[in-house]
Ligand binder design. Structure first.
Ligand SMILES: NC(=O)c1ccc[n+]([C@@H]2O[C@H](COP(=O)([O-])OP(=O)(O)OC[C@H]3O[C@@H](n4cnc5c(N)ncnc54)[C@H](OP(=O)(O)O)[C@@H]3O)[C@@H](O)[C@H]2O)c1
Length: 330
């Protein structure tokens, strides 16, 4: 039986430990597509899975990796044939199903999307779940605003040096919005401006600019991955009719607000899920990135292999990553 390399996280008395092991194809779960993974990417959730977070992964040993792109080697579904390039993100991949930090995955065909024309395999994982989530956030904000586009609007993005944040910043800026980037990393101001930020504000600076429960109306749109006080402040500083798309909670699961932004300014808080939504919704976002939303991510992506992924996992858990980490499985 063919073997392949995978990162494996194991529970120990001192917490979870990761190592690179040889696995057999027969170790993979049931599924109608066997995929040779070429690239994956590192998301915050992968780091939670690798480090033993029970909210993400219940059973160990386990191979994380919520993202994968690769070539189909075996298919039991007539919509997919051997040699097709497919993207798999979300659903149970990398949570309790062996994920993209292994050179092979076996998954249900209902999780896979044919790689759209116009997107290279590598580009799709430079985006990964972070890009999909940024895209879904921007799509939801545009829909909220009756698809009037972003030209001349103002936006605020939190966690702006991170995966979701940096891609949301680039996309909103490309679409014509003036973006304020919120960051905890003063040293990254120049990078954020190069990515398209018109203004860079520290987390503390945002507190100084904003009063709660409602302060000055500053932004039309917000993309938030932090929650906590940052989300409180974003909601308090929207323009009438404005909205925040929230997807993350690196700053904690709870936030305080009041009814005022909602009833005095008609503001909205839009929840974003990139995991369990339909394949059609995911496909729409991937097609956008393959065409009108095409982004040059070369300044924000670092390529690593399985052997040096452990260091990157520790960095992302501390909120220290800048941009995206592409994982080359070849
Ligand atoms: N809903 C979904 O489907 C979905 C999909 C993808 C991700 N997410 C969630 O979105 C969040 C971000 O994911 P990611 O992959 O983009 O992570 P990431 O690459 O680690 O980015 C998070 C960024 O948030 C900032 N940050 C970190 N800790 C913080 C803290 N304590 N307070 C304030 N800001 C902090 C940092 O940026 P600065 O230093 O620039 O501030 C960090 O780079 C996570 O909670 C993740 O689980 C949800």
């Amino acid at each position: 039986m063919k073997t392949f390399k995978a990162l494996e996280s194991v529970k120990t008395e001192e917490g979870n430990k990761t190592s690179i092991i040889e696995k057999s194809i027969s170790d993979l779960p049931e599924g109608d597509l066997l995929i040779k993974v070429n690239y994956s990417s590192l998301n915050y959730k992968d780091a939670l899975s690798a480090s033993g977070s029970p909210g993400v992964t219940r059973n160990y040993p386990h191979t994380p990796g919520i993202d994968a792109v690769g070539i189909i080697e075996e298919s039991n579904n007539s919509s997919f044939k051997e040699g097709d390039s497919v993207i798999v993100t979300g659903y149970d991949l990398g949570m309790n199903t062996a994920g993209g930090f292994g050179q092979y995955i076996r998954v249900p065909s209902s999780w896979a999307i044919l790689l759209p024309a116009g997107l290279e395999e590598k580009d799709s994982m430079c985006l990964g779940t972070a890009g999909l989530t940024a895209g879904l956030s921007v799509f939801a904000l545009d829909k909220h605003n009756s698809h009037q586009g972003f030209d001349g609007t103002s936006s605020i993005v939190s966690g702006s040096t991170g995966g979701v944040g940096s891609i949301a910043l680039m996309l909103l800026s490309k679409l014509g919005s003036n973006v304020t980037a919120i960051t905890g990393k003063d040293s990254q101001e120049e990078l954020l401006k190069n990515l398209g930020a018109s203004e860079v504000v520290s987390r503390e600076g945002l507190s100084e600019m904003t009063r709660t429960p409602v302060g000055k109306s500053i932004w039309d749109f917000g993309v938030d991955v932090v929650s906590g006080n940052i989300l409180t402040l974003m909601l308090a500083s929207l323009k009438p009719g404005g909205a925040v798309a929230c997807s993350g909670m690196v700053g904690g699961p709870s936030f305080e607000s009041s009814i005022f932004p909602f009833i005095l300014r008609g503001n909205a808080l839009l929840g974003i899920d990139s995991v369990e939504i339909s394949l059609e919704q995911k496909t729409q976002i991937w097609n956008n990135f393959a065409s009108d939303w095409s982004l040059d991510l070369s300044h924000t992506v670092r390529e690593v292999n399985l052997e040096n992924l452990d260091t990157e996992i520790s960095t992302i858990l501390k909120g220290g990553q800048v941009g995206r980490v592409l994982v080359n499985l070849n």
